[in-house]
Structures are given as C-alpha cells and as structure tokens.
Design a protein around this ligand. Sequence first.
Ligand SMILES: [Zn+2]
Ligand SMILES: [Zn+2]
Length: 287
Amino acid sequence: MNTLIDTTLGTAHWVWRNITLDVPWSENYFWALTVLSVIVWGLEVCFPWRKHQARIRKDFWLDAFYMYFNFFIFSIVISGFYAVINQHLSELGLSTNSLALLDMSGWPLVSQLLVFFVLLDFLQWITHKTLHRFDILWRFHQVHHSIKEMGFAGHLRYHWMENIFYKPLKTLGVMLIGGFEPSQAFVVHFFTITIGHLNHSNIKLSYGPLKYLLNNPVMHLYHHAYHLPKEHRYGVNFGLTLSVWDYLFGSAYVPETSGEITIGYPNDNEMPKDFIKQLLHGFKKSF
Ligand SMILES: [Zn+2]
Ligand SMILES: [Zn+2]
C-alpha cells in the first residue's frame, strides 16, 4: 500500500515540478509538449494542407485536453499500480535485467538510444496492429479513430486503456536491452512526440525519400481513412514514428496525396461526444 501511495504522490510531485519549471528544459515533458504543440499549430495555421479546415478545428479543445490527460493525469493515476506490479515481479526474481539479450552498458549513449528507439517503435507497431485486428481491442482504439478532422492535437486523443495495452511490450523491450536506463531517453520520447504531432497535423509533409523510413502526415492520414482497400480491411500504415515496418511487412498504402479523404470508421457517429463517456467507451459490448 505504501508503494502505491508513495509512487502516486511522487509522480504527482514530478508533474508539478515540470509545470513550475523545477525540472530543466532538457527533460521537461510538460513545457516541451506545450511549446511543441504551439509551434506545430502555428505551422498548421501558416501552411495548411486542407485550406478549408478551421484553425480551431472540430474537437480541438477536447483533443488538447486529451494531450495533458494521457500524458500527465493518467500517468499519475497509473504509476502507483505499476510500481506495485514491479515490486511483485522483483519478489518473484524477475528483475529488469533478467531477460536481457544485449548488454549495452559499455556502449556510447547515442547507440543505446538508437537501439532503444528502434526496438520500442517496432514493438509499438505490433501493438498498434493488434489493436486493429481484434474487436475487443479495436473498440478502445476507436476513440483515436473517431477524429473527423486531422490536426496535431488528435495525436494524443486515445482511450486510457491504450496506455495499458502498450505497456507490456514496451516493458519487454526495455527488459531485452540490458544496461540501459530509460530515464535517459527524453530525447527519444521528444522526437517521437514531435513526429506524432506532425503525423496528425494539417501540414503536407512526406520528407522526400525519407518517407520510407519516417512516418509522416500524408501516410498517417491514410491510417485514419474511412474507406480501406479490401485486402487491408483491418487497416494500413500502422507505424508510429517509423514507416519502415509498414513498407517491410506490406501494410504501407498511400494512393494519392490530395489530403481530401473521409476519415473515421463505419458508425463513428455513435462515439460519445464528451470526454467522460469516451473514458467508458469500449467496455460495452454493444459498440
Ligand atoms: Zn490506429
Ligand atoms: Zn492517428
């Protein structure tokens, strides 16, 4: 019980230290997310891809709230539970190093971060694909796909259960690489948030030949497409930061680049409009 309370309070304190700038800029998630959001929004306003889309698009404020909810408020709530699970796992003799396939402790930090980034991105690609493949998981992921106009803040509109679905494979990834300290990974996390914001933004970017490596707004728009090709009925373009997995495994699909497509999924009008009801969405079989 002490672990639960101490960790929850510790995370709340960490969030507060971020907000009050007691955490330096080089590792301050709150202000990094806020400044990045303002910059990407500014780019959307100055260089819009879909020119008819409002600057404050449909569900802008709901999605802005989701950003802070999923990133900070939910982290506070869940951190204590994760700490209790970790405590039980270590009592069973399962430490974070017990599955390590590599020992990176002597490696330069850049190489460690690169391995961490690529491994985690791949495991998240698998998780994302799984969310589309199984109805019981898809019902939760529908919250993200209920976006009807793409904009940067839509990036972090997702059901809180997704945080839990992504966790096991992410934890496994960290366990596979020994000698790595995830707290050093601010730069990796910030890079992935930047690419994720851009992927959902109303800016036409595909990074030239780097599109085969990096996910981008043109590619991710088709991930949200309402009409999917028959051979890809469970979805396309599952990449988070890297697009390379979709090109390697045959799920890449970018037929054209006008940006004018319908997004969503069949019956998406049944998605509740307010945040609280969306928190409960997915638990009812009727959806
Ligand atoms: Zn998806
Ligand atoms: Zn998306």
